[in-house]
Design a binder for this molecule. Structure first.
Ligand code: SF4
Ligand code: SF4
Length: 288
């Protein structure tokens, strides 16, 4: 039996909210009157592992998985994850990708100089496949609205531009599924994502702090930290630890090399690494 369903993939890494974003898309599609099937694949979701969710919808859907070369849209919340799943998009389909980079620990080839093996940001792979590109700096847009955590709604707003779903269904899905008290900012981010139509090719990130060894300044935002213990487990220098009362503590600040693994892998933006304090320059100045 022929299946006239369409497909969409959402991809990112653990802690980015891919599953919630997928639930919002699926809910909007159901509200719009579609039969919807959704599937999730996630490995080390709590450790920055790859997470992907397939969604298929239409009058009647028989399988939740979108075959390679069939998806209408790939929504990627991280650059390398976008490249990982790009071959699932159909010819002429769209790739909405956040230019955010989350470099996995395994890609760090020199943690003191912070040299990494990671794909450069370049829309060539999208253009080569003749796909419609939408590169976004979603975090910057969300930050401009007042909350960087609404970045995923920026991506969803851009995705909405490629799907035939009335905004009322998107907005109802967002309002019903995002954490309590965040509907307003997420709706604003969604609308901003719809307007962010210009393709942005970002400048290549500088090889930050290359050649600068520690000690760096470790800033922990305790109000945001949920004590998940990711940062202390990935820190190669054992600078961080959870205390017996369940709070994150900086136990050896002098050993910090500034590799930023903790900052990159923290799902809650709760830890930042600033360059070493030098004479006449306050800690944190010049930090990205
Ligand atoms: S700083 Fe981030 S990664 Fe570390 S324990 Fe807190 S929430 Fe988890
Ligand atoms: S505290 Fe963070 S930046 Fe410093 S060495 Fe540990 S993981 Fe790297």
């Amino acid at each position: 039996m022929s299946d006239r369903s369409k497909g969409l993939l959402l991809a990112g890494v653990g802690g980015q909210g891919v599953i919630l974003a997928s639930m919002i898309v699926a809910d909007a599609l159901v509200r719009a009157g579609n039969d919807v099937k959704q599937s999730e694949v996630h490995g080390m979701a709590q450790r920055g592992g790859s997470v992907v969710s397939h969604i298929r919808w239409g009058p009647r859907v028989s399988s939740p998985l979108a075959p390679k070369g069939s998806a209408e849209v790939l929504a990627a919340f991280e650059w390398a994850e976008g490249l990982r799943w790009i071959d699932y998009v159909r010819p002429g389909g769209a790739v909405v990708v956040d230019v955010r980079t989350i470099i996995p620990p395994g890609a760090c080839v020199d943690r003191r100089g912070w040299a990494t093996a990671y794909p450069r940001i370049d829309d060539g792979p999208i253009a080569d496949r003749r796909l419609q590109p939408r590169l976004l700096n979603a975090a910057a847009i969300a930050s401009g609205l007042g909350n960087v955590r609404a970045a995923n709604s920026v991506i969803l707003g851009s995705v909405a531009g490629f799907l035939d779903i009335d905004d009322q269904y998107w907005e109802a899905a967002i309002s019903s599924l995002v954490p309590k008290g965040t509907a307003e900012i997420n709706l604003a981010a969604f609308r901003a994502g719809k307007e962010a139509g210009t393709v942005v090719i970002p400048a290549q990130p500088a090889p930050e702090a290359t050649g600068v060894a520690g000690p760096h300044v470790i800033e922990v935002k305790h109000d945001w930290c949920k004590a998940c213990d990711i940062c202390s487990r990935v820190c190669p220098e054992y600078c961080l630890a959870l205390t017996l009362d369940g709070k994150l503590a900086v136990v050896d600040p002098d050993a910090c090399t500034g590799c930023r693994l903790c900052e990159i892998l923290c799902p809650d933006f709760a830890i930042r690494i600033h360059p070493p304090v030098v004479a006449g320059v306050a800690a944190g100045e010049g930090a990205s």
